[in-house]
Design a protein around this ligand. Structure first.
Ligand code: SF4
Length: 461
């Protein structure tokens, strides 16, 4: 029977009052075995909750009474209590194949599980989706979901996923949309494989077969120095330009046919093509913000609003299922960023008030977004732009910087200046290479990765 280990119990919560302890295993809720946090949450919402627990090998029952809908106050070790459904594809552009050896094990897990799509926004190819999954998604309204399309041509899709089922698994997408499930799609573009006429055909295929798709994000593949795939290469600037052109050609077509833009090119494409980002309004609320679409304009808007004294809710915060559920935290890239909020970190030691220069630690792509804002940011603010030597290749996003690369840059930076580190570089307080902020050669302050938090931190100077 699947079981969920209790990682934490909120002090004073209904579960704490009922005697649930860290280390207990939840076997059943209200008499039913639960296999993931979605099923757990549905049952834990009741006012009267009976938990079957295992503690030290012995089973016991605990009753919790609380207001209906109120959280039990438990954090569970994982979101999926049976096994994460792993993917049976072998995409040549898969970033997991491009990771160096020796990183945290959780980073090598290739999941293709619709439950993680619903919980965390992970993209799924649907190659392992089943009739029973469809029934559950529709009956429990597990919406929105995120689906990797890549190409609508069956042969090209099967080639890209290196899986014959890739040719047919988009039939599930049709059924999900027919059932009214909100689905966001993405195309990872590999130059010479699914760009140009193939991308054009995919955008036509979406209009033809999936007109109810909520949005479609078009993102470039990342190629690290650890890739062993000769067919995979970075975009040339002209190729990136052509992708942006195609997306912008299709937006008005979709608008005419469906009344909405539907397709968006990622920020990285505009940087690669050296083109201006579209205005914030052209992102229609940034439904694929976490996929790097509209992030730059959002960040700029947050900075300008904060400087004008307006309060803005950071767009980077997920507002989905995990905004309210008490259950398992995401792991890997989506884990909570830091155990060390800025205020707590600042309390560790008084900053030298004579320091006048602040350095913003950023990756090469982030630097190009921050550069135009330096003139409006308060104080003497400079960029500490860090090349990603750990992954190499064309990897330039700030979120994939490692402690080793940041350390090397800090070691030769002015010793007494101030350094701000965006929390997107951290996962549970660690960098991707497993090192921590405490191991850096300079004192850095962790700042949430949104424009308002950056302005607040700079005003604390
Ligand atoms: S579906 Fe995703 S996890 Fe699986 S091989 Fe392709 S890119 Fe990697």
């Amino acid at each position: 029977m699947p079981a969920a280990r209790v990682e934490a119990v909120a002090p004073g919560s209904p579960a704490a009052r009922a005697g649930v302890c860290v280390g207990d295993e939840v076997l059943a809720v209200n008499g039913e075995a639960v296999r993931d946090v979605i099923a757990y949450q549905l049952r834990a919402d009741d006012a009267h909750v009976e938990l079957e627990l295992r503690r030290g090998g012995l089973e016991r029952a605990v009753t919790v009474d609380k207001a209906p809908g109120a959280p039990l106050g438990l954090e569970l070790a994982s979101a999926v209590f049976d096994r994460v459904r792993t993917c049976d594809n072998h995409c040549p552009f898969c970033f997991i194949y491009q990771l160096p050896k020796g990183m945290r094990r959780s980073l090598y897990v290739k999941d293709d599980d619709y439950r993680l799509s619903f919980l965390y926004g992970n993209f799924t190819t649907l190659t392992r989706f089943t009739e029973a999954d469809l029934e559950r998604v529709v009956s429990e309204r597990l919406s929105p979901l995120y689906v990797s399309i890549h190409a609508t041509d069956p042969d090209v899709r099967a080639h890209l996923l290196r899986n014959r089922r890739g040719a047919t698994s988009l039939r599930w997408l049709e059924l999900l949309l027919d059932a009214g499930i909100e689905v966001h799609g993405q195309v990872v573009v590999c130059p010479g494989v699914n760009d140009g006429p193939v991308l054009d055909d995919t955008l036509l295929g979406v209009l033809d077969r999936f007109p109810a798709l909520a949005t479609l994000g078009v993102v470039p593949l990342g190629v690290s120095a650890h890739s062993h795939e000769p067919e995979m290469r970075a975009h040339a600037p002209g190729e990136a330009d052509a992708v942006v052109d195609l997306v912008e050609t299709w937006q008005p077509r979709y608008e005419r046919a469906l009344g909405r833009r539907l397709v968006y090119a990622s920020d990285e494409y505009y940087l690669l093509a050296k083109r201006e980002f579209p205005p914030l309004a052209a992102y229609d609320g940034c439904p694929q913000h976490e996929n790097g679409i509209g992030m730059a304009r959002t960040f700029e808007g947050e900075v300008r609003a904060a400087l004008a004294g307006h309060t803005v809710a950071p767009t980077g915060t997920r507002t989905g299922f995990f905004a309210w559920v008490d259950g398992a935290p995401a792991d890997g890239y989506r884990a909570p960023k830091s155990h060390q909020p800025l205020a707590a970190f600042l309390a560790q030691g008084a900053r030298n008030s004579a320091v006048t220069t602040t350095h913003l630690i950023t990756g090469e792509l982030g630097a190009r977004v921050l550069e135009p804002l330096l003139a409006v940011l308060p104080g003497d603010v400079r960029l500490l732009t860090i090349e990603n030597r750990f992954f190499g290749g064309n990897i330039g996003v700030t979120g994939l910087l490692t402690g080793a690369d940041i350390s090397a840059a800090l070691a030769i930076a002015p010793a007494h200046d101030r350094f701000l580190l965006p929390d997107v570089t951290l996962s549970r307080g660690r960098f991707l290479d497993g090192t921590t902020v405490a191991q850096l050669p300079r004192r850095v302050e962790i700042v949430a990765t949104d424009g308002a938090a950056l302005v607040r931190a700079l005003k604390e100077q």
